[in-house]
Design a protein around this ligand. Structure first.
Ligand code: GLY
Length: 375
């Protein structure tokens, strides 16, 4: 990690496909100069979430124009529904009609939906064109824009079709976080907490102190939290790009969270990050029940989630939820099932997660039943 003129630079060390994640203020209004050296010709195709475009497209296009770069732009409807076969077809056909060539660059401006869809379109267009991620949500800055997972949803589930396709550059402009609705910012913050919980107890302790101020608007604390999260993710991705081992740690809380999201019908009732927050608590409950982690670890995690305005127990989730057996069936739909066995991320303590395929079904059922009964 280095810092140049107030911008943190973190390399994702993937040999010939290595790239930098640059983090700090003003990166979108300055994007043209950063992207120009990567281009084969002064032309880019921008895929922009319409919500993000309202705030950030004009500064981006001005900056590209100042750098002498011609830009064509397609705005995409916000929301998960855009990350579909139909959405992919529309984007790919638009890129072909815009005569995007094999050596051209696609720019993805928006959150995880835009980055995942644009990245997958770039992966398959003319058998692969390069792309730059310009993540405008906290969740995308600390997670989805880094590491090359791209894809779409299908009727069978989320992210079941996709490709590993690494970006050529990630510009995480932390000023964009000022434009996010408070709930979305908090939900993205759950992914920041995840990094502390999975592998850095000192970072978790720092977040316990800094988290509420960071969420209230402290820009320096935000940039520091994004940088440490990206640094951890970059290291994990460099060691295990295609998730044969360590990368699965990034799914802490996700298998429980995905089941809760599915139970809520992927509506605004539960945002992805909120599901991750609840899922991390349940993963620690299960770890404590199995005697793997200290009994007070789940309460410590939940105290921090609550202090940051995140849901911490299933009681914080309004409306009905299905019984434990149904949640387990939804967990079994997860991509992390191997040979019919559920693989879960559990923890020996906050900051010490591990992956296991050896989860006693009765204990899993008991943890979920207890959490549901406490609502
Ligand atoms: N979002 C988890 C990963 O990139 O592996």
């Amino acid at each position: 990690m280095t810092e140049v003129n107030g911008i943190t630079r973190i390399e994702v060390g993937l040999g010939a496909r290595a790239y930098e994640v640059r983090i700090g203020p003003g990166l979108i209004p300055g994007a043209g100069a950063q992207i120009a050296p990567l281009l084969a010709r002064p032309f880019v195709a921008v895929l922009a979430d319409a919500g993000a475009a309202a705030h950030h497209l004009a500064p981006l296009c001005d900056s590209l124009a100042r750098a002498g770069i011609e830009a064509v732009v397609l705005e995409l409807p916000p929301g998960e529904a855009t990350k579909s076969w139909a959405g992919l077809a529309r984007v790919v056909e638009w890129l072909l009609e815009a005569r995007v060539e094999r050596r051209d660059m696609v720019l993805a401006l928006g959150g995880g939906v835009t980055g995942d869809l644009a990245g997958f379109a770039a992966a398959i267009l003319r058998r692969g064109v390069r792309f730059v991620q310009l993540p405008t949500t906290l969740l995308a800055q600390v997670d989805s824009s880094v590491g090359g997972k791209t894809g779409i949803n299908t009727p069978q589930g989320k992210n079941l079709v996709g490709a590993f396709h690494q970006p050529a550059l990630v510009l995480a402009d932390t000023d964009t976080l000022d434009t996010l609705p408070a709930r979305e910012l908090r939900a993205g913050y759950a992914e920041v907490v995840k990094y502390g919980a999975l592998g850095d107890a000192a970072f978790f302790a720092w977040l316990e102190e800094a988290g509420p101020r960071l969420l209230a608007g402290d820009a320096a604390l935000r940039a520091r939290a994004v940088a440490r999260s990206v640094e951890m993710k970059a290291g994990i991705v460099a060691r295990d790009e295609t998730e044969t081992g360590e990368r699965a740690l990034l799914n802490l809380g996700h298998t429980f969270g995905h089941a809760l999201e599915a139970a809520c019908g992927y509506t605004g009732r539960l945002l992805h990050g909120e599901g991750v927050a609840l899922g991390m608590g349940l993963a620690l409950d299960l770890s404590a029940r199995l005697g793997l982690c200290p009994p007070d670890a789940p309460a410590r995690l939940r105290a921090h989630l609550r202090a940051c305005g995140l849901p911490a127990t299933l009681a914080d989730l309004p409306g009905d939820l299905p019984p434990a057996e149904d949640l387990i069936a939804l967990m079994a739909q997860d991509k992390k099932v191997e040979g019919g066995r559920l693989r879960l991320v559990l923890a020996r303590d906050i900051g010490a997660a591990f992956v296991t395929g050896d989860v006693p079904p009765d204990d899993l059922r008991a943890v979920l039943a207890e959490a549901l009964a406490a609502r």
